[in-house]
Write a protein that binds this ligand. Structure first.
Ligand SMILES: *[C@@H]1O[C@H](CO)[C@@H](O)[C@H](O)[C@H]1NC(C)=O
Ligand SMILES: *[C@@H]1O[C@H](CO)[C@@H](O)[C@H](O)[C@H]1NC(C)=O
Ligand SMILES: *[C@@H]1O[C@H](CO)[C@@H](O)[C@H](O)[C@H]1NC(C)=O
Ligand SMILES: *[C@@H]1O[C@H](CO)[C@@H](O)[C@H](O)[C@H]1NC(C)=O
Length: 435
């Protein structure tokens, strides 16, 4: 409980309320006036239709009650409801596909993906920056946009994705745990990654993209294709115009590219290999550092860090766990870790945007500006010709088994009702403190 409070503390209160209102409100959007009962432990997180029959289960710790109520209602425990809409044979590229889920299932999955991701991502401080990167690397590859292809071996094995491989199994577990909360309707991997990245932002102090229109409806890549070409991702070794052009070509404006690239680096770490060439060859003296854009004293600190094997450095040592504008102010001091970050300040075209977000005014608009670009990039290129509707609307039995056998690093799986009610009572106590 204590660690949860600490991690969630930076969440601005009004935004938390907004988020809450949205999460709570979702229950009333589906047909049959489903509603959530958020009064107690996870046992209470059951949506009911107006006659009191359970519609969707919002937690996994209620097997006994579930069975009793299903016996009463005559439902099968693992039933996945029949999909009512036929898939659109020609979805509109760049737009969410409304035929991917029936609307009630989409709402249930959005909420369950959010709750499960919140639980999985708070297990390790390196997960939020990792999942923000995972979404970015899934979406910003020329090819299918956000299509889950980042987890295909060919794409995952590219050097750009080396640090993301360890997130693969966690992502699959989020997918199947979320499905289990919605009668085993399967969210696509692309939607799973999109919501997990949103939760990464929330855990780093940002508002949720759900309050800015983040919804589900991304088809996954054709399973017969190898994956997208990760060389279209910006690399720390790219000359600046090349790195910037990669972002522009995929649909961001110059300002959005500045905000998203630099802002995204306000959390997380980089391996020393990405910037070692900027440091002096002589660690003991730090003499004649080769990169004049890098502040000498800072270069010297980095040399010390990087003398350790397999060392990593924070992009933003001022506030490494917070999505905020400290990194923009660091660029003004010549403390950008990567040349591709520092160059946003050096270059006259992008400098005004760095100055904007380094200012007080920019700091205030940064959280919503950043999340707006995050939400925008979740639609770039989606549902194009290389995407496919899922082979099965429901999770397969094998996938259901993998979600329960896979060991979780977080506390939720071992005592699921505990952590769920922790999250829930955190939200409730926030509400009570305000009203
Ligand atoms: C992911 O899960 C598979 C199957 O359970 C396992 O073989 C593999 O080692 C896991 N990968 C990682 C990175 O944990
Ligand atoms: C990816 O793109 C690069 C640059 O266009 C090209 O050299 C490389 O062969 C491509 N790789 C694959 C696997 O298509
Ligand atoms: C700044 O970046 C733009 C866009 O990549 C490029 O065209 C321009 O040459 C750069 N200017 C300098 C001085 O590097
Ligand atoms: C580093 O600088 C010190 C002092 O000038 C010198 O003694 C040492 O040989 C240098 N080491 C390397 C690897 O150049």
């Amino acid at each position: 409980m204590e660690s949860l409070r600490l991690r969630l503390h930076p969440l601005p209160l009004p935004l938390l309320i907004l988020l809450l209102a949205i999460l709570l409100g979702m229950g009333s959007i589906g047909e049959g006036e489903a509603r959530s009962v958020m009064t107690g432990g996870v046992e209470e997180l059951v949506e009911r239709d107006p006659r009191g029959m359970p519609l969707r289960l919002a937690g996994r710790g209620q097997a006994v009650e579930e069975e009793e109520e299903e016996a009463a209602a005559g439902l099968s425990q693992t039933a996945c409801p029949t999909k009512r809409l036929p898939y659109d044979p020609n979805p509109v590229r760049g737009q969410l596909d409304p035929t991917l889920y029936n609307p009630e299932d989409a709402m249930c999955l959005l909420r369950s993906l959010f709750i499960v991701s919140l639980d999985e991502l708070r297990a390790d401080p390196s997960f939020p920056p990792g999942f923000l990167r995972l979404a970015f690397h899934d979406c910003m590859t020329a090819g299918g946009g956000c299509d889950g292809s980042v987890l295909k071996p060919a794409e995952l094995n590219s050097p750009a994705n080396a640090r993301l491989r360890r997130l693969s199994n966690i992502t699959l577990r989020i997918q199947s745990r979320a499905a289990a909360m919605c009668l085993n309707v399967r969210p696509t991997l692309a939607d799973t990654i999109a919501v997990a990245g949103d939760v990464a932002n929330v855990l780093s102090g940002s508002p949720s993209g759900i309050s800015m229109g983040l919804r589900l409806g991304r088809r996954d890549a054709d399973p017969n294709l190898p994956g997208d070409n990760a060389t279209t991702l910006p690399s720390p070794f790219d000359p600046f115009p090349v790195a910037l052009e990669k972002m522009i070509r995929l649909g961001l404006t110059v300002e959005e590219a500045t905000l998203f690239t630099v802002g995204g680096h306000s959390i997380g770490t980089s391996g020393c290999g990405a910037f070692r060439r900027r440091l002096s060859a002589n660690i003991s003296t730090c003499s004649s550092p080769p990169d004049r854009d890098l502040q000498p004293a800072y270069a010297c600190q980095l040399s010390t860090i990087c003398a350790q094997p397999a060392a990593r450095a924070d992009f933003d040592p001022a506030t490494p766990l917070l999505l905020d504008t400290a990194i923009f102010r660091l660029l003004l001091e010549g403390k950008g870790l990567l040349t591709t970050d520092q160059d946003f300040f050096t270059n006259f075209t992008t400098r005004p945007f760095v100055l904007k977000y380094a200012s007080l005014e920019g700091s205030l608009s940064f959280p919503t500006d950043f999340v707006a670009v995050y939400v925008k990039h979740l639609r770039i290129g989606i549902n194009g010709p290389t995407s496919r509707p899922p082979a099965s609307y429901c999770l397969t039995t094998a996938e259901q088994a993998s979600s329960s056998s896979e060991s979780s690093s977080s506390s939720f799986s071992s005592s699921s009702s505990d952590a769920a009610s922790q999250i829930e009572s955190l939200l409730l106590s926030t509400l009570q403190a305000v009203f």
